[in-house]
Design a protein. Sequence first.
Length: 279
Amino acid sequence: MKDVIIDTLKDSVKLLPFLFIAFFLIELIEHRYNKKTKEFITKSGKFGPLLGSLLGLFPQCGFSVMATNLYTTRIITLGTLIAIYLSTSDEMLPIMLASNASFTSILTILLVKFVVGFIWGFVIDFIYRKKNNKPSYDICEEEHCHCDEGIFFSTLKHTLSTTVYILIATFLLNTVIYYVGEENISKVFMENSIISFFASSLIGLIPNCAASIIITELYLAGAISFGCAVSGLLTGSGVAILLLFKSNKNIKENLIILSLVYGIGVITGFIIEFVTKLV
């Protein structure tokens, strides 16, 4: 149980700088810049999926967490959010490097995540272009926190309250994983080769870094195929999904985002598996 507490603290604390930066940017845009500046940022967001896919490749889930906060205030588009979610590598890259995985394997997975992320990001932005024009809301008004102490204290307040939420949720998830066991989770989902794509994508949705660890280790051990690994790694955005349901009050929209990420993960995995077998 000691390991659960330590892992929970590590998972939560490492997100603090990303949360603080995200909330600071939101506060800065909302209270220091005028409406025209907001409109400029929103319009320039048409290139967001490309940049978002690139940022998501960095290890850990910090950028996906940051993107979630920026999306809930409509500073970035839905396509940009999805692009970052799909390209987020979380713990995959450090594990593959530590395991001396081939440079080709690492580069291929990162390239696939990057390409899939920005392509689907642009497609989603095109389909949901009206939704992307929806006006942003003031985070202080939305959460009724009376943020009149200044930008720094307001940012700190939002950061700490969100961190507490993540800390509690992460502790509960880590406790479940600790008692159930990573090996048992992988056995339940990976016994059937056809179901494995759906199962891998489902594991990826677990809002915890354990998801990317399980999938990466299964792939490195040869327990799952490359296509199956891609399915799970595409849906894994760390605790970002968890934060989405806390920050975004539109539950229906959250479920749509979750379904999009899951569906893209499964379909992409199938396509890659089919192509690799042909080659």
